[in-house]
Design a protein around this ligand. Sequence first.
Ligand code: PXL
Length: 282
Amino acid sequence: MKKPLQAAAVQDISGFGRCSLTVALPLLSAMGVQVSCLPTAVLSTHTGGFTGYTFRDLTGDMEPFFRHWQKEGFCFDALYTGYLGSLEQLDIVEHFFDAFQTEKNLTLVDPVMGDHGVLYSRFDDKMVQGIRRLCKRADVIVPNMTEAAFLTNTPYRHTMTDEKEILQLCEKLMALGPKKVVLTGVRPDEGHLGPACYDGKKLRIYAPPHVPKQYDGTGDVFASVLLGGLMQGLPLESSAELAADFTRICVEASMENGTDMHHGVDFEPQIGTLIRMLEEKK
Ligand code: PXL
């Protein structure tokens, strides 16, 4: 029998709202990946568009949590980091990398910090500086245009029509130290949107027609499917295409259902489609 691949996901659990682990777990499982969770925080909802959410910071649990894994001798094919709950967690994630990174495994850092030109409510410049440190340790980083602007200290741009500018931004991101960059939410014009992949040599932009509706958690859907594709051996560009196509399918389905943008996308009925899409790409 085929053994599942192994990933360790360092993200929060937002009880309601379909983001971070409640997205990563089902999507990666569907893509044949066993996910071990190192939770950063437990919230009643995500922090975008809800007020009065509860927030249980798990900083103090994280190091003992993964030291136990280490004692048990667990190994992972991929390390996947996302939303962090405190500044102290930056050092802890570095220790986690020290403990579990190998020559062979893949580290994907999603520098989850903000969207639409602004940082999420709990984040500030110190978090930006710390996340830059994590990017240095990554094989692949997956910033959106907002996170790319903060990481590179450049102004946020909603659209970027000039390919040269996209390349410049990707080069600045590469200068942080990752091996590859997948910049998400690139809009060569108002009607198109998708990821740009850059490995230091070649820039590839995939920007199909844009569905004009924003949903929370789509960055997590994208990053999780991207990782699933990479772990299943697809090249970076195919994985990014798969992630972009699947995210768009989920957004379209959610629009049809009239789903509230803060509830995340209706990905559950699309999981069968994801599995078929992955098989077609393999
Ligand atoms: O989708 C990113 C994300 C993850 N986790 C939490 C968030 C957000 C975005 O707002 O608030 C808790």
